[in-house]
Write a protein that binds this ligand. Structure first.
Ligand code: ZN
Length: 249
């Protein structure tokens, strides 16, 4: 088993070295080691909260009820999560010219915190709040979240976390940049994504369809596993740390 894993890591390192443009695509699995629970699956957020609280229509109809859950789920330990080794390796690859573009489905901002800059946060990010009336964006702060629902200091409008709710469209620029990257990438490295959330899951599939190489890092099997050219059945930090060492050897 470990020989097979080692062989997969070596094949992946070869693809990353040779790829005509590498894109990375990350999901909840990369942030688990930073203490952020996934939404889906065992121990996931949706086991404890009603997902309809994050439907845009319900939020607008009863923002106080939605916000009570949102504050507990997203902001109770806000700002305390730190990037882990997996986020740091991907940020370093950008600097070293190994990684062309990174798309994350995560709203935790940890790739940005780790230093990634050529990045699309496909579902937005939780560290900003967006005014539903005037469109202003404000840093989420304990002050603003002190009384619910939070209101815009400029116009009194309802503030919403600047991430995508159920029933909302993907932010236009993130969508454009992500699909543009998928149209160019020679390989896609998928890390910790179940591949069940669309349209995000289209991105690795688009690379694969064009003849690009798909590498998957995930300890379990996912919707991408059957399509992956190289599968590394490890957690994100271990896999990326070992890949990084191979690339530098
Ligand atoms: Zn406003």
């Amino acid at each position: 088993m470990d020989d097979e894993v080692e062989a997969a890591l070596r094949r992946a390192a070869g693809v990353i070295r040779e790829a005509e443009g590498l894109m990375a695509f990350t999901g909840a699995g990369i942030s688990v080691e930073s203490g952020i629970p996934p939404f889906r699956g065992p121990g996931g957020v949706w086991g404890r909260y009603d997902p309809s609280l994050l439907e845009i229509g319900r939020f607008r109809a009863d923002p106080a009820a939605s916000w009570a859950a949102i504050r507990e789920i997203f902001y109770a330990s806000f700002g305390k999560a730190e990037p882990n080794a997996a986020h740091r390796v991907l940020a370093s690859w950008e600097g070293e010219g190994l990684l062309g573009f990174l798309v994350t489905q995560n709203i935790d901002g940890l790739h940005r915190k780790a230093g990634s800059r050529r990045l699309a946060e496909f579902h937005g990010a939780m560290d900003l709040l967006l005014c539903e009336r005037c469109g202003e964006r404000l840093a989420a702060s304990a002050d603003l979240l002190g009384s619910l629902p939070p209101r815009c200091p400029s116009c009194g409008g309802l503030l919403k976390p600047d991430f995508v709710f159920f029933g909302e469209a993907i932010p236009r620029e993130a969508y454009r940049a992500s699909f543009a990257s998928a149209e160019e990438a020679g390989a896609c490295l998928v890390v910790g994504s179940t591949g069940t959330v669309y349209p995000a899951a289209e991105l690795p599939l688009a690379v694969k369809r064009r003849g690009g190489v798909l590498i998957e890092i995930d300890p379990g099997t996912t919707e991408f596993s059957g399509l992956a050219d190289v599968r590394i059945p490890l957690g994100a930090s271990e896999a990326l740390t070992r890949l990084d060492a191979l690339l530098k050897s």
